[in-house]
Design a protein around this ligand. Structure first.
Ligand SMILES: Cc1cc2nc3c(=O)[nH]c(=O)nc-3n(C[C@H](O)[C@H](O)[C@H](O)COP(=O)(O)OP(=O)(O)OC[C@H]3O[C@@H](n4cnc5c(N)ncnc54)[C@H](O)[C@@H]3O)c2cc1C
Length: 362
């Protein structure tokens, strides 16, 4: 991974145009990819294979979303379906663990010598097709400017949790991400949700000594819960080991209790922690700020399904964001192919890779 040349805002003389001040060999690319998730990496690999200079920027670490998944999480997908760049992914058991996936994507990034700038947040994208300007800020609030002929936005959905919009949601004890069970030993924990994340968190917490109550607005656990997890959670509920309230919603969260609305009336439960595992959504404001239109239904970015170019010429969308609010439609298994579609279109538009960019791009 290369470290970009740092230039803080204070260091840039007022009189000097910022882009001129930042003209470093590493600050220009044929294609700049926002997001180093599996999709962003696949886009970088395919663009490089087509002969383009690709730069990938992530506000966190490599595969930042996967890094933040529950510590002991196991994928529902078999390893070969998570492969990118034709690099084989083998695992000791049938399904990869989060740790194995982290290892795999690190090896892929190394194998392809991908140029990835970690811990830089893409804040603005301006300019026009073949002449975009991208501004990022890093962990030290230093600003970095880049130029790119094309942009791929592959920003995922895991950074923004779906809010419950109920009183008490802003309390410190309310969490939208589950990592590991230890801090919740012998605590009263409510898990809100009925899908995989909620089922797995409830089981893991219970197995490590927490007193768990699951609250779900539906009549039962969702049918998409992993086939090996579903009987486990259902049996724990049947045995009364994990409390469950279906057809119920949390109305209010207080420091020491939660208030539920259930089919048999209002219920107050003693409570120490709440995991609101009710899903996540793409950063629609960021997409709009770039000029990408979102369809009224499901907020899908307007794009050509053949090549994923958005309504803004030269800006592509890739990965799970293509599905808008339907975040369960595109995942690694199918999003990993977006890189090939985009690279083919780049070749068509730019006429093949140009290793000398940006010298003769003006
Ligand atoms: C617990 C869990 C288990 C899952 N299991 C599976 C599975 O078994 N199989 C499967 O196929 N899928 C699975 N998924 C879904 C899958 O992980 C996602 O669909 C996939 O990560 C989407 O890939 P992506 O590259 O589009 O987005 P992400 O992996 O989310 O990557 C987006 C990247 O963009 C970065 N970013 C966002 N905004 C900016 C910005 N402004 N500037 C710079 N960087 C930015 C983020 O930091 C992130 O690294 C699972 C999801 C979860 C939550």
């Amino acid at each position: 991974m290369k470290t970009p040349t740092l230039l803080s805002t204070e260091q840039i003389p007022e009189t000097l145009p910022r882009t001129q001040a930042q003209e470093q060999p590493d600050s220009a690319a044929d294609v700049l990819i926002v997001g180093a998730g599996p999709t962003g990496l696949a886009c970088g690999i395919e663009a490089q294979k087509a002969g383009f200079k690709a730069l990938i920027i992530d506000k966190g670490c490599l595969v930042n979303s996967i890094y933040h998944y529950p510590t002991n999480m196991v994928f529902f997908t078999t390893p070969e379906l998570l492969e990118i760049g034709d690099v084989p992914f083998t695992t000791s058991l049938a399904k990869p663990t989060r740790l194995e996936a982290l290892e795999y994507y690190r090896r892929v990034a190394e194998h392809y010598h991908l140029n990835i700038h970690q811990y830089e947040w893409v804040k603005t994208i301006t300019g026009e097709d073949c002449d975009f300007r991208v501004a990022t800020s890093d962990r030290h609030d230093a600003i970095h400017d880049y130029r790119a002929r094309k942009i791929v936005v592959a920003t995922g959905y895991y950074d923004l949790a779906n809010e419950l919009n109920i009183p008490g949601e802003d309390l410190d004890k309310v969490l939208h991400y589950y990592r590991d069970p230890h801090p919740y030993f012998e605590s009263d924990v409510v898990v809100i949700g009925g899908k995989n994340s909620a089922a797995e968190a409830a089981l893991d917490l219970w197995r490590h000594g927490a007193r768990v109550t699951l609250v779900h607005r539906g009549p039962q656990m969702h049918t998409h819960v992993k086939y090996w997890v579903r009987p486990d959670i259902e049996n724990r509920i049947k045995a009364g080991e994990i409390g469950a309230h279906f057809n119920s919603t949390v109305q209010e969260i207080n420091a020491d209790c939660v208030v539920l609305r259930t089919s048999s009336g209002t219920l107050r439960l003693k409570n120490d922690f709440v995991f609101a595992l009710t899903g996540y959504h793409p950063d629609y404001d960021f997409l709009r700020s770039v000029g990408i239109e979102l369809a009224t239904e499901q907020l899908r970015p307007v794009c050509d399904p053949e090549n994923l170019e958005s309504n803004v010429p030269g800006i592509y969308v890739a990965g799970v964001i293509v599905a808008g609010s339907r975040t369960n439609e595109i995942f690694i298994e199918n999003g990993r192919f977006h890189g090939k579609l985009i690279a083919a279109h780049l070749s068509e538009k730019l006429g093949g890779g140009n290793p000398n960019f940006p010298l003769d791009a003006t």
